[in-house]
Design a protein around this ligand. Structure first.
Ligand code: PLP
Length: 330
């Protein structure tokens, strides 16, 4: 199968803000957009995006997972980047319109239709380094996808990195610059340590990887950093923590230091996992710290990780009751 996110449906939903009002959303070709080379986004990175998925159920119907939560995060990113605000109902309608348009192309599980809302500042104004864009473009791309981490259940290797992924007030914003700033450390970790991802732990504070949240599972307890501005408030993280509570597990949202992580990782029953829309819940088998490989528990994918991943997939795939109202049928 093609690399994750490299295949696009030929049309997308699009709406533009002209400085005073949003125009009516339309379905337009997805192969190009027209931007002035001086557009605000290209110089001052006024951009944010989202990632969510639509799933095909056994009866043929299609459901979008946690659409409202992703739209709320997109609005939060928009506001924190001083992009023009939009009505959540506008984006919700755009997502529904384009997913309905391509309902027949939504893959069957374990595949899905990845949905990528994007918001960019379009004003041609290179003098506005410290001033918001007046105009913007909001569009929703679709990309049919399979499993993100090929092999799905292979335990990942994470390099513990002492630096931050991005500026501490930017982490909760899903914006391109944060990914750009994580690129060099991630490429170095791959080349030097054959790591799959970097786990950013500035000053020993365990935060997240380049595209997923980090969860430590110690017996009946899940430990993960409490929400603050420094990292992305993952929708999958919230989902897994809710499912874990439903299963009677203890959820501890609090600071986790590298020292505590390494100490707990050494115990045989410990598991670790990455949560994200793309990663789903991916097992972590090895932490690389100060040049040493340290196994998490046995180093193999853990049973609790598999159980939680299954519980999540079962809801997404329409095989378990959607008790929390997370699915939007199109
Ligand atoms: N952290 C970062 C930096 C991400 O890019 C993502 C996105 O997938 C996540 C965490 C997980 O967020 P979500 O579960 O909403 O996909």
């Amino acid at each position: 199968m093609a690399a994750f996110g490299s295949v696009f449906m030929p049309e997308m939903a699009m709406a533009q803000f002209n400085g005073s009002a949003w125009d009516a959303a339309a379905i337009v070709p997805a192969n190009s957009i027209s931007l002035h080379p001086g557009a605000h986004v290209l110089h001052y990175a006024s951009t944010c995006f989202e990632g969510l998925k639509a799933f095909r159920h056994e009866d043929g119907s299609v459901a979008i997972f946690r659409m409202d939560k992703n739209i709320a995060r997109m609005l939060q990113s928009t506001e924190l980047l001083s992009l023009p605000k939009f009505d959540p109902a506008l984006l919700s309608q755009m997502i529904l319109d384009i997913v309905r348009h391509y309902a027949a192309d939504v893959p069957t599980p374990p595949g899905s239709m990845y949905i990528r809302p994007t918001h960019i500042g379009t004003e041609p104004a290179i003098g506005k380094a410290a001033t918001p864009t007046l105009t913007s473009m909001l569009y929703v791309l679709l990309s049919p996808v399979g499993d993100y981490f090929a092999g799905g259940s292979r335990a990942l290797r994470l390099l513990l990195e002492d630096n931050a992924r991005c500026a501490p007030h930017m982490g909760m914003i899903k914006s391109g610059g944060n990914y750009a700033s994580a690129l060099q450390p991630t490429m170095q970790a791959k080349a030097k340590y054959q790591a799959d991802q970097v786990l950013f732990c500035p000053h020993g504070d365990v935060q997240e990887t380049g595209a997923a949240n980090f969860l430590l599972i110690d017996g009946n307890e899940i430990i993960t950093k409490a929400l603050d501005t420094s990292f992305l408030h993952g929708v999958t993280r919230d989902t897994i923590l809710t499912l874990a509570r439903d299963l009677g597990m203890t959820v501890s949202e609090r600071d986790l230091t590298v020292a505590e992580l390494l100490e707990r990782a050494a115990k045989p029953g410990t598991e670790a996992a990455l949560s994200g829309t793309a990663a789903v819940l991916a097992p972590v088998g090895t932490l690389i710290y100060q040049g040493q490989d340290i196994k998490v528990g046995t180093g193999e994918p853990g049973a609790t990780t598999a159980r939680l991943r299954q519980a999540l997939n079962d809801i997404q795939w329409g095989k378990a009751e959607d008790k929390h109202g997370w699915l939007t049928k199109i």
